[in-house]
Design a binder for this molecule. Sequence first.
Ligand code: GUN
Ligand code: ZN
Length: 431
Amino acid sequence: MAGAELILGRILGFAGDPFADGPGAARIDESGGVLVEGGRIVAVGAAEALRAAHPGARVSDMGGALISAGFVDAHAHYPQTGIIASWGKRLIDWLNGYTFPEEMRFADAGYAADIAGRYLDLLLAHGTTTVASYCTTHPAGVDAFFAAAEARGMRVVAGKTCMDRNAPEGLCDTPERAHDESAALIGRWHGRGRLTYAITPRFAPTSSPEQLDALGTLWAEHPDCLMQTHLSEQVEEIDWVRALFPEARDYLDVYERAGLLGPGAVFGHCIHLTGRERMRLRETGAALVHCPTSNLFIGSGLFDMGGLVDEGQRVGLATDTGGGSSFSMLRTMAAAYEIGQLRGRALHPAELWWLATAGAARALRMDDRIGTLAPGMEADIVALDLGSTPAIAQRAARATNIWEAVFPTIMMGDDRAIAGVWVNGTRVRGG
Ligand code: GUN
Ligand code: ZN
């Protein structure tokens, strides 16, 4: 098979959802292979059988490395790359003190292009091949991000972050501009190659009811776009929403009244939900995105992973950089594990890995294309060294089963664990 590449290693794939079907839904073939051609996964199976069946394929033998679908980060803010790890504030003060001043700089298209490229290169170095990112209010910053992703062949989601109140004037648009500038960006980028547009009201406090309505109208005009925003992250924020929207039943109702709830809605955080909000989220098929390093870093609260997955919610995982304190989905899995412990639910490594790959892809409604290694899927792949530091290696050496070998990398791993990355079938890191 001309041009085919056979990647050998310990192959991790999902036959189902480990929350619903148990850890056995994750399958690891200790001596397996993935055959890639034309940007797609053509076959997954035993290494020797694939070698014999495809003698012309170029072989990339990754030894004992774990071969997985690339990580999917279902909620992040690329414009906050430069202010990650900013000290000492909770959400509202953090936005006003660090985030908004930095986002003002994205009026400069050259600055936006520089950060967009740097950000996506950081993601690839950490094994993340898909991200759903907020941009800023400036259309040029959205152009910069999509152009940088297209140049790297990455499947990404992004949108212009719309705000028309409670933010600096330089970051505010209007209901009309939010609608029309977003519509123009949809026309330019949505569905082009691997790019998806998400209509992006930042969150209820920074949009007037009229702006939310305008974006609800836009979503009805473009129902195949995603819609991303924030929901119930901090208690002060929820009190503020109640004061700003006294007519709404609760925070989620603010979005629902504007036509911003339905399949394809992706809500970041979802920590302090009421029973009614949980019921409506589940009924409408919206996605909830857990951002554990952010929730710890900004002091937001402890996401109820166990309760939410048990009631059948569509849940994904994300860094939320730069409120989140890491670009790494390994570090993000570790924080999700730690929050799970505090909530009395020890997440299995298979569950954590699923959240960072197939689950996050499902939250973005892309699980038919990315998120696991199976024939027909797009070839976004990461290879991980399960002994990337002396501390990890000495623990992994004692492992008596594969998950015990993987878990130290989840808990202690970072970009040093990334031994190879393939985007759409092309190797872009390692080798
Ligand atoms: N809520 C509204 N905007 C933001 C943001 O940029 N980061 C986080 N973590 N929460 C938000
Ligand atoms: Zn966010």
